[in-house]
Design a binder for this molecule. Structure first.
Ligand SMILES: Cc1cc2nc3c(=O)[nH]c(=O)nc-3n(C[C@H](O)[C@H](O)[C@H](O)COP(=O)(O)O)c2cc1C
Length: 171
């Protein structure tokens, strides 16, 4: 898929077919995240592939957004230790930025593969860490179901116009 078609066709999918994506496809998607730029090339973002049905249903419970989603065959859970990123000149931590870049690479690669995702940021982090035995130093910053969408949504709409976003020379 052309790059701009991928951008336009990435949507948040909340209803999935039960079919499991191929392992090779999953690896290609995570490889796209691996190639993302990070703070001083620290590459701190790691990925947990969750496919065991019992773990998948426990993750749904930890997300707790009932009635909004229908079960997906698997999840990718993204984690990063703040110590594996840096701070900017204003002493602000950058690990969230590293995470966002890597996870969006993953999400766009999934779109290019014809798979659906939904970036989920609202979940019980401690429960997810307990289920997946994630060491304390890591932050779980996002996770996504991965699978074939039940129904394609079509291209992105509902966005502000460029006129509302661009400032020329000065604010
Ligand atoms: C950082 C982030 C966190 C999100 N968290 C959730 C979430 O917890 N639950 C959910 O249903 N959607 C979540 N979304 C999806 C957004 O609601 C969605 O991207 C937005 O409404 C635009 O729709 P679209 O992705 O189909 O273009 C999240 C998206 C982002 C980028």
């Amino acid at each position: 898929m052309d790059f701009y078609d991928v951008i336009k066709n990435r949507r948040s999918y909340r209803f999935y077919e039960p079919k499991m994506p191929e392992q090779e496809t999953i690896e290609r998607i995570i490889d796209a995240a691996r190639l993302a730029p990070t703070w001083a090339n620290f590459q701190g973002v790691e990925y947990i592939i969750v496919q065991e049905p019992d773990n998948v249903s426990r993750i749904w419970k930890a997300i707790g957004q009932k009635n909004k989603f229908e079960s997906a065959p698997m999840f990718v859970v993204g984690i990063i230790s703040p110590s594996d990123s840096g701070k900017n000149m204003n002493d602000e931590q950058y690990y969230g930025v590293d995470f966002g870049i890597c996870f969006e690479h993953l999400i766009l690669a999934a779109t290019a593969e014809g798979l659906g995702t939904c970036w989920i940021g609202w979940f019980n982090e401690e429960k997810i860490k307990e289920i997946l035995k994630i060491p304390q130093k890591y932050k779980v910053l996002g996770l996504t179901p991965l699978g074939y969408p039940k129904k394609e949504k079509g291209a992105v709409k509902d966005r502000k116009s460029l006129d509302n976003l661009i400032h020329k020379e000065k604010f």
